[in-house]
Ligand binder design. Structure first.
Ligand code: LLP
Length: 450
């Protein structure tokens, strides 16, 4: 795979007012500082400490509704299966379930969490390039709505598992349309060189074979070309056009095609990207797949959850280096991995009211982890941030907590849900004891257990 292109930012960073204007659930209050919905973030930090993920329930609801209504307005018979890899908190899933969303899962773990959140198997799509026989059996025994198969080998495996259980597996074939989504190389999935899907040129033959295989019920085609797609609709349109052409051919051969899965990938503006709107996505689906008149599904993750969350963090100290000012915060790459992994840009807002109005100077914001890559940003215009000052990393609701690790023996951060003026701790901060509790020292090692 080609190395990721270096990120070149040739426009000035948005200022605090720009960042706030684009995020209606966040406001700057003259007394309380940065407020999410009706809750001052300083109060969340006081009550729950930092680093803490804070999610806005109202934003999750609003975004789920916006997406659903864009699909309906385009005249599509569409359902949304939220890609829970973006944020798998039970509380988040409950909010989205009550808006009528199902789930897209990629492991038995996610499947079990979805069930625990009250999402039935009949509303769950099972995606992923390497499902084990055990995971397939688990999905079938819980009445999975659809398994998206990604290879001929996997189709054989699903057939064998289903037969051994006396079940019929509803299988959709994920095609690789060989389309460039023009996103970061590490999250591009629809090119022929990527591991995902079955080559679109091989899909029709495999689908026809599936129709004759025991234990399988072919139900349609699926496609997902990548994530954080912001460069217009061309990639989506090209991928959906391939799906449409293939589906038409299958139907013409008398093969059953019940529905089409359009994947996720809709990008969001982290900095100043011009992200396509839900209406534009719905329009692209309508224009390409609409003539088939089949129900369609969408698997968005980031678009729904990303803007709804912040990572709240405290400044540990401000270090005046030989060349630069380093703001060392108590969150790190083990919490929010995206900047280290994808050079991702996240807005950073100070929380205190006076800090939102204070003079700015360049700073590197870094975490305490022992790697230079533990850098959230370089040369960002920020006010003086003394020890204890709070900052919020924006758009951290998707691929934030779910990608956390305990690297450097840093326990997982707490998670809080805000809904209007209400707050609730939805995952207490992990304690260090939990990092030790499930470890074992072999008896035969130097005298045995400590
Ligand atoms: N469906 C499938 C089959 C997927 O693989 C994904 C994401 C989605 C749906 C949801 O895509 P979304 O709507 O969120 O773009 N960790 C990366 C993103 C990885 C996305 C993986 N697949 C990041 O932080 O940018």
């Amino acid at each position: 795979m080609a190395a990721p292109a270096p990120v070149v930012l040739d426009t000035p960073d948005p200022d605090f007012a720009d960042l706030l204007a684009a995020r209606p659930h966040l406001t700057a209050h003259a007394m309380d500082g940065l407020v999410m919905e009706d809750v001052p973030l300083a109060a969340v930090a006081r009550d729950h400490g930092t680093p803490t993920w804070v999610y806005s329930a109202g934003t999750l609801r609003r975004r789920a509704r916006m997406l659903l209504s864009a699909l309906r307005d385009a005249g599509l018979d569409a359902s949304i299966h939220y890609a829970m890899k973006a944020n798998d908190s039970l509380a988040v899933l409950r909010v989205l379930r009550s808006e009528g969303l199902g789930a897209d899962v990629v492991s038995e773990g996610e499947f079990r969490i979805a069930l625990a959140a009250g999402i039935p198997g009949s509303a769950i799509v099972f995606s992923g390039v390497g499902k084990t026989a055990g995971e397939i059996a688990f999905a079938l025994s819980h009445g999975v709505m659809q398994i998206n198969a990604e290879s001929a080998e996997e189709v054989e495996r699903i057939s064998a598992v289903a037969c051994s259980m006396g079940a019929m597996a509803p299988v959709s074939l994920r095609i690789n349309p060989d389309v460039d989504a023009r996103t970061h190389a590490k999250i591009s999935t629809g090119k022929a060189e990527n591991k995902f899907g079955i080559a679109w040129t091989d899909a029709a033959a495999l689908y026809a074979r599936m129709a004759g295989m025991p234990g399988l019920r072919p139900i349609g085609l699926a496609v997902h070309i990548g994530s954080q797609i912001t460069e217009g609709m061309a990639g989506f349109r090209a991928a959906y056009a391939r799906v449409a052409e293939l589906a038409q051919g299958l139907i013409a051969r008398g093969l059953p095609v019940e529905r089409l899965d359009c994947g996720g990938g809709l990008g969001i503006p982290y900095r100043d990207e011009i992200a396509p709107t839900p209406a534009a996505l719905a329009g692209a689906i309508k224009a390409t797949l609409g003539p088939l008149g089949l129900p369609v599904m969408l698997e968005p993750g980031r678009w729904i959850a990303g803007p709804a969350g912040v990572l709240l963090s405290s400044v540990v100290l401000q270090k005046r280096g030989a060349q630069r000012r380093f703001v060392v915060v108590d969150a790190a790459m083990n919490d929010l991995l995206r900047p280290a992994m994808y050079d991702a840009w996240h807005g950073i807002l100070p929380v205190a009211p006076d800090a939102l109005r204070a003079p700015l100077a360049p700073a590197d914001v870094v975490g305490p982890v022992c790697e230079s890559g533990d850098t959230f940003t370089r040369g960002r215009s920020l006010p003086d941030l003394p020890p204890g000052a709070l900052v919020a990393f924006l758009d951290a609701g998707a691929y934030g907590a779910t990608m956390s690790s305990t690297y450097n023996a840093r326990p997982l951060a707490a998670e809080v849900l805000v809904d209007g003026a209400r707050t609730a701790l939805i995952r207490p901060r992990q304690d260090v004891e939990a990092l030790i509790a499930h470890q074992r020292v072999p008896e035969w090692l130097d005298g045995g257990a400590a």
